[in-house]
Each structure stands twice: as C-alpha cells, then as structure tokens.
Design a protein around this ligand. Structure first.
Ligand code: ADE
Ligand code: ZN
Length: 344
C-alpha cells in the first residue's frame, strides 16, 4: 500500500454525492428479484456487470432505472441502504448525505411512504450499529415536468423531518435548472437545503452552473467540474463558498475521463471541492476508490487529499457543533500521518 493509499483508507470523511439507487450491486439485485418474484433478463450478477458499457449520461441512466425495478417493499429499501452504509463505514465515511429519487418509485406504484420508511430505518440503524450518521436528500427527476416535481415536494411534507434537502438529477439535456426555479423556491420556503446536479460536459454546462447560483440560489453543485472553463464563475464559487461534489470514476464512464486535472484546478482556486462515488455499484468504485483514482491521476499531494476530506465536512448540511467534532477527528487523524498537514 502506498503512503497516500494508506492516508485515504482510514481518513475520516463525509460522502455527499451518492444515489442510494446507484448502490444496487448485481448480487443484491438478484436477491431482491427472487424475494419479489421478478424475472430478470440477465442470468447472473456477472452478466449484469458485463452489460454495463455506458458511454454517456443517458446510457447510464437507462441501466440505472432498469435496476430499480426490484425495489418494491420497505425492506428492499432498507436492505439497499444498509448495504451501502456498511461499505461506507468500511471506507471510514463517518457522515453521509444520501440522494434518493422518489419519482422513480412512485411512478412504478411504490408509495412515497414505503421508500422513506425503509431508508429512514436504515439511517437510524446505521447510526446505532455503525456510528455512521446520515441524512437523506430527495432529488427531482429533471426529465419529468416541473409540476411532477412540485407534487413530489408536496408529498414529501409529511416526512419533512426525515429529509434535509432537495436536489435535481437525471437527464440534463434540455432540462436546465431554471425549469425548476419555482419548485426550488417553494422547497426553500419549506426549510429544505438546495443542491443541483450540473453534470459534466453537458450542453451549456457553464450556463447551468450560473443558473444554479443566480436563479436557484443553490448552496451546492453536484459535479460542476466545467466551472473551471469560466474564470468569473470560479471567482463567484470561491466568493460564495459554494460546495462542489465531484465524482471522478463516474466522470470516466459518462464523460470519458476522471477530470482529475479539473479537480486539482478547483482546489488550486480554493473551491470547496469534494470527492464522492455517485453510483458506485454501476461505476465500480466506492469513495476511497474515487479518492485514490483522483490522487493518482492528478498527482494530488497528501495535503490536497486531506483538504478534500476537510471540504466534505465544511460543506455538509450539519450544525457547527457536529462539524467541529468531525473536523477535530480529521485533524487528529492527520497529525498521525506524516505530510498531510496543510501546506506540506
Ligand atoms: N442519477 C443517478 N446518478 C446520476 C448522475 N450522475 N447524474 C444525473 N442523474 C443521476
Ligand atoms: Zn449524481
């Protein structure tokens, strides 16, 4: 194990860009299909993995939505989330914000309450059994109409205390952030925190990031690596302290490269960039794999790797006291690892 891999492995970290439906490993998919009496078109987990050959966002999304068909009952959502929490715990994730896509389930006849009950029970058990704290972020599907997002927002209100914020995901083409300006305005009024996907190398990617800042008031951008193409945008993101949740291995599948040089440029510009796994069951790497891949590709120093973990706590949607505890834990860890202190 190299020194930097050793640094990453046990480094306390937060994961902030993780779609719970994107953690559905083929083995679990087969188990849930059997439990729910569903016939799959693949014969084995290996067959499923062999079928993954995404070349862009939409080819990934087709497999992602097909995978979800096995998620029917509360216990399915619980098992899915607990499997992720165990993996995250092994990667020394101490805090996670987990996306879920309610419309991808309600549109198949699975009630909103079933989804949230399973995910929230797993969240509570992960805290009790693993000491891993998590919160849920509800994403709207941007390739569905804005009034469907608004209805979903209304459906979520009875569960308001179980959801920390809202996001926007799915196919970005012809679905800019402004399409959902009213929905985000209402969500803000309900007390939700706001984040928006700006996927990599999409048409008008830079314009979409500007919309998030100027028209939506998003606190974070998910992905957002195209910001480095626009100096004024970088300056604005730095000034506002906007968090960016970058997902290198995901980028390799849907945008043809890890975008690690862009990640390094973001750190050089003092942006609050983080590294996350997005849809690890589909892209084949959990958060430590993503950190190691970015570190290797961009030649990040130990101090830069440490700053990614520091940023993950800085931009998390938590209170000051909890943040201080995580940062103190990170600092204590870094003091034991030579060369990882700031400026080294
Ligand atoms: N849904 C799940 N993963 C996504 C991603 N990376 N971009 C957009 N929508 C998604
Ligand atoms: Zn994502």
């Amino acid at each position: 194990m190299s020194e930097d891999t050793a640094l990453i492995g046990a480094m306390p970290k937060a994961e902030l860009h993780l779609h719970i439906e994107g953690t559905l490993e083929p083995e679990l998919k087969f188990g849930l299909a059997a439990r729910n009496g569903i016939r799959l078109r693949h014969r084995s987990p290996a067959d499923i993995r062999a079928s993954y050959a995404f070349t862009d966002l939409s080819s990934f999304l087709a497999a992602y939505y097909e995978g979800m068909s096995v998620l029917r009952e509360e216990q399915d959502f619980y098992d899915l989330a607990m499997a992720y929490f165990r993996k995250a715990n092994a990667d020394h994730v101490v805090y996670a914000e987990v996306f879920f896509d309610p419309q991808a389930h309600t549109s198949r006849g699975v009630p909103f309450g079933t989804v949230i009950a399973g995910l929230d029970r797993a969240r509570a058990d992960a805290q009790a059994a693993l000491g891993l704290r998590a919160q849920l972020i509800m994403c709207f599907l941007r390739d569905m109409p804005a009034d469907s997002a608004m209805r979903t927002l209304e459906q979520s209100l009875p569960y308001r205390d179980k959801i920390v914020g809202v996001g926007l995901d799915s196919d970005e083409r012809d679905n800019p952030p402004v399409k959902f300006a009213d929905v985000f305005e209402r969500a803000r009024g309900e007390g939700y925190r706001l984040t928006v996907h700006c996927d990599v190398d999409q048409a008008d990617a830079v314009g979409h990031i500007w919309q998030c800042l100027d028209d939506i008031g998003a606190e974070r951008i998910d992905h957002g690596v195209n910001c480095v193409e626009d100096g004024a945008l970088v300056a604005r993101l730095a000034r506002d302290g906007t968090g960016l949740t970058v997902c290198p291995i995901s980028n390799r599948w849907v945008a043809g490269g890890l975008k690690a040089a862009e990640l390094k440029a973001m750190l050089d510009a003092s942006l609050r960039a983080t590294v996350n796994s997005d849809d690890p069951a589909y892209f084949g790497g959990y958060v430590n794999d993503n950190l190691a891949a970015a570190q290797r590709s961009a030649g990040l120093t130990a101090a830069e790797v440490a700053s990614l973990a520091r940023n993950s706590f800085e931009i998390a949607w938590i209170g000051a006291a909890e943040r201080d505890v995580y940062l103190a834990g990170l600092d204590a860890y870094l003091r034991r690892v030579p060369g990882s202190a700031p400026g080294s």
